[in-house]
Design a protein around this ligand. Structure first.
Ligand code: SF4
Ligand code: SF4
Length: 342
């Protein structure tokens, strides 16, 4: 069932929904951007329709709600511990199709990893309902169509934002009471073509994979990539984190374990006891990231590649490194290796 609501009515609905749901959407934070006098758009709680940024891609992904940058897992004393408490309210997140598809990719890692479920992710995920934001144009760094992430029908409500009103398709029975108004014909649309496209290479055998890992193409990133991790922290699908035990008082054994977003692109990420490191150069780390997104994840979970084509890593990289250009280089390297094999 679809309805049309004025912004005034939308704000009444948001007010009612807020009693039951924490509502998150892309929101503008003035002068908190990367450069002086620039803003940042990231996910946060909203209280009115005017809080939601519709005309810009958010700098950071919706994943920050379900896998926060930093999170207390449990609290401990010498001989006992207590899990951090979960919030009581349900969660409604306004997302574009790429971010909904990203959440499905994260679900596989957090919930279906060798039969293990991450309880901290699971308990939040079970509370989430999706409010899909119709996205028909995208931006110049989006390549969601190439990654088959431009569409989704997994939502509770879907909205088209017009100048002063919303068209809303309501699929979830739990939400029908909130959305009651003038019935309209509303066919949700999706972007069908991006300016930016990428061809994902097929790595046909282990020999090609080994030669690709050793290929000189990765050396370029030793000079270009500064290992800042901006690409992975803004990525809608990256899930790596590190944990730290915070002791409240240096003479006590009382504290908490916290997990914090980490990045495979930052030197030291893979340090092991005894000082062993797996990836010592920026090129090694780039190879690891790109193969993880465009080969390993699909090999492990079968259905699709990890990358959704949201393009945030391209937007955020201070060295103008494009993952699309890197994948194209990988395509050329594979062709070269295949020719040598013939
Ligand atoms: S790798 Fe880049 S384009 Fe792909 S999901 Fe992550 S941020 Fe988006
Ligand atoms: S954002 Fe760019 S420079 Fe920073 S780690 Fe990623 S690829 Fe390297």
């Amino acid at each position: 069932m679809a309805y049309k609501f004025s912004y005034e009515k939308v704000n009444e609905i948001i007010k009612q929904l807020s009693k039951e749901y924490d509502i998150y959407a892309p929101k503008r934070f003035l002068k908190q951007g990367r450069y002086s006098d620039t803003d940042i758009v990231r996910y946060d709680k909203i209280e009115q329709v005017e809080d939601i940024v519709f005309d810009e891609k958010s700098d950071y992904a919706a994943k920050e709600i379900l896998s926060p940058i930093t999170q207390s897992l449990f609290y401990f004393t010498e001989d006992e511990f207590r899990e951090s408490k979960e919030k009581n309210k349900k969660i409604l997140i306004f997302m574009r199709p790429c971010d909904v598809n990203a959440m499905e990719r994260q679900d596989k890692i957090y919930l279906q990893n060798g039969g293990f479920s991450d309880i901290y992710y699971k308990r939040m995920r079970e509370k989430v309902k999706i409010a899909l934001i119709e996205c028909t144009e995208g931006w110049d760094t989006c390549f969601c169509v190439s990654m088959d992430c431009n569409k989704c029908n997994n939502y509770s409500i879907a909205i088209r934002n017009e100048s002063n009103s919303w068209l809303v398709d309501v699929k979830d029975d739990d939400l029908t009471d909130y959305f009651n108004g003038e019935e309209v014909d509303f066919q949700l649309k999706f972007i069908e073509e991006n300016e930016l496209k990428v061809n994902i290479p097929e790595i046909k055998n282990k020999n090609i994979l080994t030669k690709l890992k050793e290929h000189k193409m990765w050396e370029e990133y030793n000079k270009r990539c500064i290992s800042c991790g901006a690409c992975t922290t803004s990525c809608s699908t990256c899930t790596c984190f590190t944990t730290t035990d915070i002791i409240y008082n240096e003479n006590s054994n009382v504290g908490e374990r916290r997990r914090t977003t980490a990045s495979c692109q930052v030197a030291g990420f893979d340090n092991m006891a005894g000082g062993h490191m797996f990836r010592t150069t920026a090129g090694d780390r780039m190879r690891y990231k790109v193969l993880h997104k465009f080969y390993d994840y699909k090999k492990r979970f079968k259905d699709y590649h990890m990358c959704t084509g949201c393009g945030r890593c391209i937007d955020r990289c201070p060295e103008f490194i494009s993952i699309v250009a890197t994948v194209e280089k990988m395509n050329n390297a594979i062709l070269e290796i295949e020719k040598e094999e013939c």
